[in-house]
Write a new protein. Structure first.
Length: 248
């Protein structure tokens, strides 16, 4: 906790070092800058914005469920192993699993972001969520062992936060960069709501049923749902940007 606190303090001077260039004075005949209320109305009238917001709810649900409850699930199942003759407890395997998630997330975030520059971002999001559901199904269907736990953690780590560059990139592409921080914040707020239900809801279901079985199936269903709604997004700039980019 002390290390985490120090790292958080380090971010303050780094943020102060950022400089934002002043906007140039608008030229005669240029488009009047869009106000905050207009930006919100434009986004709320766009179906793709709502689909992105709902989809990111699913992302938060998935990652917090796994981040909080995968070690407990591994511990409940008493999944252990021996490493170079040293016994490794189920609790340690759970910690290794979260470490694998973080390790493979480094590559996953970069690769999915790169794919979003080569292919439609909404298609990559649909594929990512579908692959998450496949990873859940395979993990739930395979015999549980330390190997299946680490393979699942690695695969899910690769699919972990690749949603962030794709989703934020779509917000910027569809609505422009002027109010991107505000619109992305609304989408991310949905992620945090999903995180709450993914963390608290899984614990509540465990209290009621004594296992995580239903939670796995809910995660599979939500992943398929998110894949379907992202597929329906129309990946194009809003008419305001399209008209501004059109030749006179």
């Amino acid at each position: 906790m002390l290390i985490l606190g120090v790292l958080s303090l380090v971010m303050i001077p780094l943020a102060l070092g950022l400089r934002e260039p002043r906007a140039a004075a608008p030229k005669r005949g240029a488009t009047i800058p869009q106000g905050t209320r207009d930006a919100l109305q434009e986004a709320f009238r766009t179906q793709g914005f709502w689909l992105l917001t709902i989809g990111f709810f699913v992302c938060g649900f998935h990652v917090t469920f796994i981040g909080l409850h995968l070690p407990a699930y591994v511990s409940d199942k008493a999944v252990g192993m021996s490493f170079w003759g040293r016994p490794v407890s189920a609790l340690e395997i759970g910690g290794w699993a979260i470490g694998f998630v973080g390790l493979f997330n480094i590559a996953g975030s970069f690769i999915w972001g790169w794919l979003g520059t080569r292919y439609p971002k909404k298609d990559m999001l649909a594929l990512l969520y579908a692959l998450r559901s496949l990873a859940f199904v395979m993990f739930f269907a395979m015999p549980l062992s330390w190997l299946s736990v680490l393979l699942f953690a690695a695969s899910l780590g690769f699919l972990w936060l690749g949603t962030v560059p794709l989703t934020s990139g779509l917000v910027g592409y569809m609505f422009g960069t002027t109010h991107m921080s505000m619109l992305w914040g609304i989408v991310f707020f949905s992620h945090q709501l999903g995180s709450f239900l993914g963390g608290w809801g899984a614990g509540r279901l465990y209290d009621l049923q004594g296992n995580y079985d239903l939670r796995w199936w809910i995660s599979i269903g939500l992943g398929l749902f998110a894949a379907a709604i992202h597929w329906r997004i129309h990946e194009r700039p809003v008419p305001r940007l399209a008209m501004a980019a059109a030749p006179a």
